[in-house]
Design a protein around this ligand. Structure first.
Ligand code: ATP
Length: 271
């Protein structure tokens, strides 16, 4: 790692599908305890970048080059075997998605899904697992964690399932959470609830967040740093204040113009 404050360093990451270069020479760093927002229009390559970082692109289909370095791991993440990834995914880096059904099993109670995660850490005591599960659901501000633990996903609302998915992802206290549009499609109240909850947990657990979104209002509320993607490339990156107040790239200027007024105030206590 080049800096002692860096948690993740992505350097010259490219992803090809056959002749098509879909991610092109992407470079950025995420520091410890930082929220890094990756923004850009649909199809710009945000999700593909996160899936390449997370080792979720099958090598038989995708050609990946570049260097992805995580503080806890001496190897380039793009070269790790699936076996090695089992020590990293969930424990060092976790991911949450827009749609909780991607992460939740429909026919298993929430508790069973959480137990599976905890068993993979070597935890054996039922009591310890039960306490950990209730604590994690309590951290997501569920007033009755026990009821949630004993529910099936279909018995919960979309917003509740989204919070359960976050609880599941954070069970092993990862250093980096990749959040791929986790609030898109939710109503404003649930969106606020989840964003505030994520900021609380970031502070409590001392984790960093790579937050993927096309919603600049969320960027304004959450980000320490921002990278703007377009057609597979990062066209501009820097501190939120710089990207917001003095954007250099015409595309970034255009993005901010789409919001007439940024009314959401950042609460200093969140950070
Ligand atoms: N599984 C796939 N097979 C083929 N092409 C893909 C696949 N996934 C993504 N792509 C292509 O890669 C490019 C980047 O897609 P990506 O999903 O990363 O965009 P995005 O910025 O996350 O968009 P959105 O905001 O809509 O999720 C697009 O041209 C997309 O069509």
């Amino acid at each position: 790692m080049n800096s002692s404050n860096a948690l993740l360093e992505v350097s010259r990451l490219s992803v090809d599908l056959g002749e098509n270069r879909l991610i092109d020479d992407v470079t950025f760093n995420i520091n410890k305890n930082e929220v890094f927002c990756l923004v850009g229009e649909s199809g710009s390559g945000k999700s593909l970048t996160s899936r390449a970082i997370m080792g979720l692109l099958a090598k038989r289909k995708w050609n990946i080059s570049g260097n992805v370095q995580l503080e806890a791991c001496p190897s380039n993440l793009t070269t790790l075997s699936e076996k090695h990834w089992q020590d990293i995914r969930g424990k060092q880096i976790a991911m949450i998605y827009q749609n909780p059904t991607q992460a939740l099993h429909p026919f298993l109670k929430i508790k069973s899904q959480m137990i599976q995660q905890l068993k993979s850490t070597g935890m054996k005591s039922k009591k310890e697992m039960n306490n950990r599960i209730l604590q994690q659901l309590d951290d997501m501000n569920f007033p009755e964690p026990d009821q949630i633990a004993n529910a099936y996903p279909c018995q919960l609302s979309g917003g509740m399932n989204q919070r359960v998915m976050i609880a599941l992802a954070l069970l092993r206290k990862p250093r980096l959470l990749i959040a791929d549009e986790p609030t898109t499609g939710l109503d404003t109240i649930n969106q606020q609830l989840i964003i505030n909850n994520l900021l609380q947990l970031k502070k409590r657990n001392g984790m960093s967040i790579l937050f993927i979104t096309h919603d600049l209002r969320l960027v304004n509320k959450l980000a320490n740093k921002v990278a703007v993607m377009r057609k597979g490339k990062i066209v501009e990156a820097g501190a939120l204040t710089k990207i917001k107040n003095e954007p250099d790239h015409p595309y970034t200027k255009e993005l901010w113009k789409q919001i007439p007024r940024l009314y959401e105030r950042r609460e200093a206590s969140d950070h």
